[in-house]
Each structure stands twice: as C-alpha cells, then as structure tokens.
Design a protein around this ligand. Structure first.
Ligand code: 3H9
Length: 699
C-alpha cells in the first residue's frame, strides 16, 4: 500500500509532503510515513535540509479524531515528534491552511517554522474535551510565553499567522509556500544555522507570573462550568513551568491527557464535533442538488428578530433590505442594530470603521416593491398565522420567480403558510434563535412541498453566515420548541408538587445549562407563552394536566425581567433572579386550591423529570421523522438551547446514562402520573429491547 507521506527532492532540500485529504489528519499511516520519510531524508547524502508540508488545502489539522477510543497503534505521535527534533539536518515546517492540534505540535518538532500570511495555527483540543497531548502544552509556553499559551490552549481559538509570527510561534512569513520554505531551508544550510530544539531549553517559561495559573483557573471555572478539559490544560501548562525537566512536564501532560481521554466529556464533545458536520448532510436530497445563489436578502420586520437576522448577512458582506410598515419602526430597529455593532466594536470584536461598513449594507424601506429582486426573503413578524399568510400572499405577488420565501416562525405550520402562495416549493422555515446575531443554531424547517433546491439553499446559507444549520420536519414547534414543551411542563408540575422555582433552576444550572427554565422564561418574557397557552386552552384535551401557575403570574402583571418580576424578582439594573416570597405564597395557595399535597422533591427527581421529558419527546420526534438523526436533536439543543456541550445533547446523554435505565425511569413516571406525555416512545422500547442506544439508530 502506498504511503500518505511522500519525499520529494527540491535540489538539496528534501520536501516531506503529507497527502491525507481532506485535512491531512495524523492517522497511523501518516505517523508511520512521517517517520519513514524522515529516516530516508536523513540517510540521503544529497539532502542537506528538510521541509515538512501538507499537500492540498492545508498543513496538518491534528490527530485523526476517528482513531480516538480505539487502541493506539505505533508509532505514537510523541516518538515521531522526537525523531524530527533529533534530526541532524535542519527541518523547516511550512504551514498553509491550518496547523492545528497535533499538526502544530508536529510543527513544533521542526527547528524552524514558516507560514503563508493567510494561514492559522491553534491548539483546539480543548474543544474536543482534550488537551494537546503531543507536547503542545510544554512547547508552546516555551516559544510564546505562558500567557499566550494559556490563552490559546484554554480557548482553542486559532491565531492568524502574522500574529503567530509576533508571538514567536512562526519564524517567517513566506509568499509562496514550498519555494519560500525551500529557500529558507537552503539559507539555513548555507549559514550553518543552529538547530533550534524547543524542548532543549526553558525558553520563555521563566517570564511567567506564578499567580497566573490561579487566575486562569478561576476564569475558566466561571466560563466553562463543570468542564474538565480547560482545567487540565492549565495544569499541564503549569507543569511545564514547575517540572524540573521537559521530560517530567511531558509525563504530566500525558497523565492529564489520558484522564481526559477516559472522560465521558471527551466522548460528548467529539460527538458534537462530528455532529456539526453530519447535520449538513440531508440523505434524501438528490445527489448534486444545487443551492440557489444568495446575493441579496430581504427581511420583513425590523423587530428584535428581524434586526438580529439582518446582522448575520451584513456581517458577511451580503446586502439586506428590511421592510416595515412604518418609518418609526425602521428607525427604532436600525438604532438597535447600530448600537449592537458599536458595542461589538468597543469590545474589540472588529475595528470601529466596520460599524459603518456593516450598516451600509442595510437598507430600510416601507415598500415591498423594493425587495422584488431579493434572492431570499425572510419573514420575521409577530407569531400569528393570519398575519403571516397575508404577508406570504403579498410576497407571492412581488418576489421574482425562484426567490426563496422563508419564515422565521418558531412553531407555526409551514404548509399552511405556504398555502397562501402559488409556489409552495419555494417556501421554507428558517427558525433563528434569539439573539439571532449571536446564537449558532439555525433550525430550517421543510414543508411538504419545499423543493430540494430550496432546502439546499437554506442549509448552505446557514454555513455562509456562520451558523450550524439543522433540518427539521414540520410539526408544532419543530424539533426544538416541541421538546421544550414537556420539559417546561415538568418544571411547573414539580413546583406544584413541592419544589420551588429556584430549586429547579439550581439543578438545571448545575447540570450545565446556562440557566434554568424559570430564569429563561423571565428572560424571554412570560407574556408571549401566556398568549400561546390561552389560544391552546381552547382545544385543550380533556383530562390532560395543565398548570395555570404561570398564567397567574402573568395575570399579576409579572412578565419577567422586563417588568422587574416574573417567577423571580429583579432589582433595578440587575439581571440576577431573586426568589420572591410573594411567589412562594402563590405556589402554596395554588397547590391548595388544586388539591395538591406538597411534598419534598429531590434534586435527582428534578433532573430526571426535566431531562428525560426531553429525551422521550426527542425519541417521538425521531420516530416521526421530524428529526433525521439523534445527532440533529443533540445539535439543536446544544446550539439553540444551551444544553451543556460536554454532555453531548439529550440523546447522547441518554445513551451515556444507559437507555435501559432511562426507559425504566420513564416507565416509572408514566405509571405514577398516568400522563400520556410519559408514555415511553416506541423507539426507546425497541432500541432497549435490542440492547441498543440512540447511537445505533438507523432509518
Ligand atoms: C489532537 O490533535 C490531539 C493531539 O494533541 C494529541 C495526539 C496524541 N480527524 O471541518 P470540515 C474531517 S486532536 C479526523 O468540514 P473545514 C471532518 O469530519 C485534533 N477527521 O472542513 C470532515 O469530514 P466529512 C485537533 C477530521 O474546511 C472533513 O474532515 N484538531 C479531522 O470547514 C472536513 O472537515 C482539531 O480539532 C480530524 N482531526 O475545516 C481540528 N478534522 O467530510 C479539527 C476534520 O466526512 N478540524 N476532519 O464530514 C477542524 O477544525 C476543521 O476540520 C478544519 C477544516 C478547520 C481543519
């Protein structure tokens, strides 16, 4: 079998090229090839120096993640790296695309590094629940200093080559990758330049302030609550400083790496990494389905959602026209967008002059005639079917043929909306999450007649604007909000039965969510859900449990944070939810009126009832084909509802607990409540009967 690593001769320089598309990951064959080609280059008297580069679109993007969890096959990366460091001939790593994780660690084995200006370097292992385990935590602080190393390793963020050059990670920026690197190596040979071995000395290690590690530990504990990897990253960099030798530091790095490798958090985060890519694949679309070009966008509605959605396009250079009924609404909306941009610029996200550039891509109008030539129009008005249908009928009249007609509805029937047009094949749901310019999820919702091109267009659009797009089927609430419904109901029932809202929120927060369901309700505004419930109550099924507690709170004028009170109390200018004795009293009274005898509710019961309600509904959604795969649900929850990433989403979490155990609890809740909602999904019953989990799901 041919090796994925080749050796080419460019005069007196041997160029070792990794050819393992798409990202030159360090599979066993690549590691072996790297070792073998180096040995050949060293043995060849005509070769005086070596360049190490990646073929195709990138340098090496890291270890082969698909090999994790399987037995490690020799040679391991550390021994390959050691061989390069010990090469008697100078080695130059030539970086283009991205040098990530094990890729950058391999580049650190070289005596020098050159890069093209448009490339990036980084140690993103933390995002996979890991730490750089091939010397990255030991070598990076030596070359770039402890602070830069901690920043890069705990964030996992990529650094552009010019910045890496300033930090000492890269020695020179070259215009032309291979010729530039070969020329650099020739010069080293001609000058008899020293072979710089990073691990041979302490480099910048002693410049560190010893207090820095505690500072980062505290920062990370806040930012990544309950997440193991960033803490181990800090410990590994600390070991670089404190260990008496490079070898000792490396040994500690290996121990900390092994601990993470064994952790369920690592499996969860890698599940999300592959999931992000998997959800882009829509199995039933005909091969070669082309997305329509999106050069111009129109948005109907300049409220919070419309404005946020518009920003996504303006951010990537796509012009947007926003329609409102009145000039005053446009002025208000544009004012908010401008303020958001100015705040981002003040926080250093982009230079101040970007504010005007981005604002310049937004055009306000009160006339539908001005959007006729847009490639896609996204309706983002009030959640009311009559209004939406009226708008779609109008869009059908004005929009050019083939334009995508999208709705940002979060619950309503896409087919009914499409029925207001004569072109249902062009109609689709594009459900953004608030704040729409920040949240990563885009839940696209296909109608019965949405064409493959329309679907492909909104999936590609998601990627273009930096979102993770998931495709859902059409039902009330689609994937995300439909699952949220039983979750919220359980939270309210638990309060009726004996818990306090702050108990529920604490348990959910400790599990890793950004906030619990009650603080979340207060943040979103309780009046919106109230209106929806009043509508639903008209057709509420006989005998189905209903908690009117939330309604009573709204009827007291408590609409959440915006009115200073909801489930919790908020002091002026403070978003911290404070338990309110008034609510405690209301709960007691409400329970007494409903004839409910309040009891002690354990944290375990809170967690199980809230999370397993999500899992059971998720399984029903899968059964019905509303979600394509379990991972589509996991991605929806992680990126749209802040389900803790290190737990991998509700379906992955259920597999982690053991689907049989989850089923036993669901059966128990069904038995004691008699609620239809707790009837175990047939899919769960079937998977458990076959000894399987969601990970084994196939259609
Ligand atoms: C590590 O290095 C550990 C070491 O410290 C210690 C070792 C002892 N492995 O993202 P894309 C696949 S941990 C296997 O769509 P882009 C990906 O799944 C690693 N497969 O492209 C996709 O497959 P498919 C540290 C990988 O251009 C295809 O390649 N490194 C890997 O948008 C294309 O990917 C990282 O964490 C991999 N390492 O972005 C870097 N990487 O076509 C992870 C990608 O079947 N990778 N694939 O769906 C990335 O961040 C992005 O892929 C990258 C390219 C920026 C490189």
């Amino acid at each position: 079998m041919s090796s994925p690593v080749v050796l080419e001769k460019h005069g007196s320089i041997g160029v070792i090229l990794v050819q393992n598309p798409p990202v030159n990951a360090l599979s066993q064959a690549v590691r072996q090839g790297l070792a073998d080609r180096l040995a050949e280059a060293i043995a060849d008297d005509d070769i005086k120096g070596v360049v190490l580069a990646g073929d195709g679109r990138t340098f090496i993007a890291g270890a082969d993640i698909r090999e994790f969890g399987k037995p490690m096959q020799a040679p391991d990366l550390n021994s390959v790296i050691r061989a390069y460091e010990e090469s008697p001939k100078p080695v130059v790593a030539a970086i283009h695309g991205t040098a990530l994780g094990g890729g950058l660690e391999t580049a650190f084995a070289a005596h020098y590094r050159v890069a093209v200006a448009k490339s990036f370097v980084g140690l993103p292992e933390v995002k996979l629940g890991l730490l750089p385990g091939a010397g990255g935590t030991q070598r990076l602080p030596r070359v770039a200093g402890v602070k830069t190393a901690l920043d890069m390793i705990t964030s996992g963020d990529m650094v552009p080559a010019p910045k890496a050059r300033e930090a000492g990670i890269v020695d020179e920026i070259v215009d032309d990758l291979i010729p530039g690197a070969v020329a650099f190596a020739e010069k080293l040979v001609a000058e008899g330049a020293p072979l710089k071995v990073i691990s041979a000395g302490r480099g910048k290690l002693d410049e560190a302030d010893p207090a820095i590690f505690d500072e980062y530990r505290a920062q990370v504990a806040k930012k990544a609550r309950g997440v193991l990897a960033p803490q181990n990253c800090i410990a590994a960099v600390e070991a670089a400083v404190k260990a008496s030798s490079f070898e000792d530091g490396l040994k500690r790095e290996r121990e900390l790496f092994a601990e993470l490798m064994e952790s369920p958090q690592r499996a969860a985060q890698i599940h999300i990494f592959f999931g992000e890519r998997e959800v882009a694949k829509i199995p039933d679309l005909p091969k070669g389905t082309e997305a329509k070009k999106i050069g111009k966008v129109a948005i109907i509605g300049c409220g919070t959602m419309g404005g946020g959605i518009a920003m996504n396009f303006a951010n990537v250079g796509i012009p947007v026209t926003i329609v409102e009924n009145e000039q005053a609404a446009l002025d208000r909306g544009f004012g908010i967008i401008r303020k958001n941009y100015e705040n981002s610029a003040k926080r250093g996200r982009f230079p101040m002059d970007e504010v005007e550039k981005r604002m310049g891509r937004l055009t306000p109008t009160t006339s539908y005639d001005d959007i006729a030539d847009a490639d896609i129009v996204i309706e983002a008005v009030f959640e009311e079917m009559g209004l939406k249908k009226e708008i779609f009928a109008k869009l059908d009249q004005v929009m050019k043929p083939g334009a995508v007609l999208a709705t940002n509805t979060s619950t309503l029937d896409i087919d009914e909306i499409a029925s207001a047009t004569k072109r249902p094949e062009d109609v689709i749901g594009t459900h953004f999450f608030s704040p729409a310019n920040v949240m990563r999820l885009l839940e696209n919702v296909r109608g019965e007649k949405s064409s493959p091109e329309t679907i492909q267009t909104v999936m590609d659009m998601g990627k273009k604007i930096g979102k993770v797009a998931v495709l859902a089927g059409n039902c009330h609430g689609f994937i995300g909000n439909r699952m949220l419904h039983p979750y919220r109901r359980q939270a309210e029932f638990l309060v009726e039965e004996g818990a306090q809202p702050e108990d529920i929120d604490r348990v959910i927060y400790d599990f890793g969510f950004a906030m619990g369901p009650f603080a979340m309700g207060d943040l979103a505004g309780l009046d919106v859900g109230y209106r929806v419930r009043q509508h639903q109550l008209k057709t509420w099924p006989q005998g189905k449990r209903y908690s009117s507690l939330g309604d009573k709170i709204v009827e007291m004028g408590r609409h959440g944070q915006k009115t200073g009170a909801g489930w919790f109390l908020y002091e002026e200018g403070d978003r911290t939810p404070k338990p309110d004795p008034v609510i405690k009293e209301l709960i007691e009274k409400h329970a007494a009126e409903a004839g409910l005898k309040r009891r002690a509710v354990s944290d375990e019961e809170i967690l199980e009832r809230c999370i397993y309600a999500l899992v059971n509904e998720g399984a029903k959604i899968l059964e019905e084909g509303i979600a394509i795969r379990p991972v589509d649900i996991d991605i929806t929850y992680v990126y749209g509802y802040a389900f803790p990433k290190h737990r991998g989403g509700p379906m992955h979490y259920a597999d982690h607990v053991g689907l049989d155990k989850v089923l036993a609890r669901i059966r128990h809740f069904h038995e004691i409540s008699g609620e239809d909602e707790w009837k175990p999904a047939k899919l769960i019953e079937d998977l458990v009967a076959q000894g399987k989990g969601f990970k084994d799901f196939t259609r």
